[in-house]
Design a protein around this ligand. Sequence first.
Ligand code: FES
Length: 193
Amino acid sequence: MVSGPAVTRRSFLRYSLGGAVGTGLGGFALGSLGFLYPRPGDELTGPHALGAAADLVSELVATRIPIRVPAGGVSLVLWDPTREAQAATYGRDHAVLGDVGLMALYTQRCVHLGCAVPWCQTSQWWECPCHGSRYNRLGEWVRGPAPRGLDRYASSIDDAGTLIVDFGDLRTGPARTARSLEQPQEGPNCTDA
Ligand code: FES
């Protein structure tokens, strides 16, 4: 029988506490580093044409899946300029094509500690896998530690009907209280965080 040094209750608690604190600090440090160093998804700067707005709208309506633009770290979603609350919140800074709006959410970086935030098709929410923040389809805060909604780039439609996203003009996400879309969870979550 192999015998080793006895682990007292006190030392066990000390090591457990140290591990938990270390893990927490490590996660915080990694999240903070994410803000300091560029990573895939931050390659685009300034205005960029992302395609015919009408085609993008058709695809979004048909699939209900946001269109990812990996080089810019954004995901395109629809918003509704005919709804007063959304028009008031997004009408000045985001593209409108007739009675439909397009918006470029900066989903590459959660506004809590910087993790990428994937789309969950079943819940129809954005679900951060790191600490559980949830955002509705428009990137507005629903729950979790994030201090606000996802940030987003300003966008417009040019005379040729092309969606232009300005990657030099990042707009701070809406406050927690400024939700313009009441969108209950539609199905199971994709993460347990
Ligand atoms: S990074 Fe913490 S909830 Fe997203």
